[in-house]
Design a protein around this ligand. Structure first.
Ligand code: CMC
Length: 427
């Protein structure tokens, strides 16, 4: 199984096959264009194209398996802290206590943001979508940290990573505080990493903030479940932007923008809006399933379907269980959870969804938890970004360390052939 061939115009071209540690195989067609004098492969949406070798995350969509650095997502969500998972993803191993303490101490030391950044935030209207705000502020960080990372230096790389892991949650909390009309705040070094994020987001200026462990545990789990997902749209964006040797902050800012779209991370906001719409319309889930199946109707069942999972998304399984627990523990009754469960039940026995292997994805139940935690709907995708940050960083680091070439796909041109220029009076 170490060779594959492509035949075209009575000629056969042979290619090596690359394999991974989980018995995945890919035909390495890097010599195709050169050997064949111009032939390329064509794969819209990269549905069958591997863009890199990676040792960070393993995903088997047929069998609902997701592992970070070999550890199952279920185990990590149950037993690890988000900061441990951040370290694991970026540096490849679970940290020892000393490594984790040092990482956390370094993060605390960098968790201030230049006061002038507040002026940039001030320039946004309060109605601005927080994802746009976070993407812009992440990019603006470059102006205050202008020296680029020397990727040959472990120390340089470590310092850049620490800066971003430290400052990104501050920017996310500022996006929320701006929305809520609250004064901007900084963290509290006495707290654990996720406790601190929660406090930065929700503390009122005139009150002492009491940490609610239910909120912190739920958020810890959600952040872990979102922390990486191999070569998805935003991660591929981060890698491809970084492949031009653009810096870490610029690459992550691009990743935030890619995540924003409703077919990707923005689906968590779209799901709640959809469920609310169904509720307002009398809760008729069957009507909306029919709409989703109707090819003349642009409506899609948000939070359903996935490019890679052709089985239940393992993250959705954990989140669904967690939604029940969190709402119960917080004493929140949300009718929308019942609508979501009803929709899922109907969809999973409907031929259209069964044949296409469409199951709930990570975004289907997450918004219900975010809402129960008191997070506004247009902050949901920011929460996803907060979780995804370690994955983006790990993938960016791997891409630079393995010296990936600049990402630059080819195309099949379908436009006009050569035409003579006509002066404006003759057109
Ligand atoms: N509702 C109705 N039909 C669907 C849906 C849906 N949510 N998702 C896919 N389909 C149909 C689609 O119309 C197509 O049907 P046909 O074969 O008859 O043309 C078939 O299923 C395959 O869909 P596709 O669009 O070719 O699949 P894809 O791999 O290109 O798209 C997706 C994956 C996630 C963009 C898509 O399933 C979708 O739009 N889902 C809703 C948005 C969503 O929940 N996104 C979050 C994804 S998980 C979070 C993350 O981004 O990591």
């Amino acid at each position: 199984m170490d060779k594959a061939s492509i035949s075209f115009n009575n000629k056969t071209y042979e290619f090596p096959v690359v394999s991974g540690t989980e018995n995945e195989y890919g035909i390495d067609i890097s010599s195709l264009r050169k050997d064949s004098g111009g032939l390329i492969t064509f794969d819209r949406g990269f549905k069958n194209t591997g863009s890199c070798k990676s040792s960070i995350t393993f995903l088997d969509g047929e069998n609902s398996i997701l592992r970070y650095r070999g550890y199952s997502i279920e185990d990590l969500a149950d037993k690890a802290s988000f900061l441990e998972v951040t370290y694991l993803l970026i540096f490849g191993e679970l940290p020892t206590k000393d490594q984790l303490d040092k990482f956390h101490a370094d993060i605390k030391d960098e968790s201030h943001v230049d006061e002038e950044m507040k002026k940039i935030l001030d320039g946004f209207p309060r109605s601005a979508h927080p994802m746009g705000v976070v993407s812009s502020l992440t990019s603006a960080l470059i102006a205050f940290n202008p020296s680029s990372v020397n990727i040959e230096s472990d120390e340089d790389m470590y310092n850049a990573i620490v800066k971003l892991v430290a400052k990104f949650p501050v920017l996310c909390s500022w996006a929320l505080r701006k929305k809520l009309g609250r004064p901007l705040d900084y963290g509290d070094d006495n707290l654990d990493f996720v406790e601190n994020i929660v406090k930065m987001m929700f503390k009122k200026p005139n009150q002492e903030y009491k940490i609610n462990p239910i909120v912190v545990n739920a958020l810890n789990k959600l952040l872990i479940l979102h922390a990486d997902h191999e070569q998805n749209c935003s991660t591929s964006t981060v890698r491809i932007v970084g492949s031009s040797h653009a810096g870490l902050f610029a690459s992550i800012s691009a990743g935030v923008s890619a995540l924003w779209g409703p077919l990707h991370g923005g689906a968590n906001q779209a799901v709640i809006e959809m469920l609310e719409g169904i509720k307002k319309d009398g809760g008729d889930t069957k009507k909306y399933l029919e709409k989703a199946k109707d090819k003349d109707d642009p409506f899609r069942l948000m939070g359903f379907g996935h490019r890679v999972y052709k089985n239940y998304d393992p993250r959705a399984k954990v989140i669904k269980r967690s939604a029940d627990e969190v709402l119960n523990d917080l004493g929140v009754k949300d009718e929308v959870l019942d609508i979501a469960k009803g929709l899922e039940e109907e969809a999973l026995k409907d031929d259209y969804f069964v044949q296409r292997k469409l199951y709930p994805n990570v975004d289907f139940y997450s918004g219900i938890i975010y809402r129960a935690l008191g997070i506004p709907v247009d902050m949901f995708t920011v929460m996803f970004a907060l979780g995804r940050l370690p994955g983006w960083i790990a993938q960016w680091r791997e891409m630079r360390q393995t010296k990936e070439p600049i990402g630059r796909p080819r195309q099949i041109y379908t436009g006009e052939n050569h035409r003579e220029f006509k002066s404006i009076n003759n057109r």
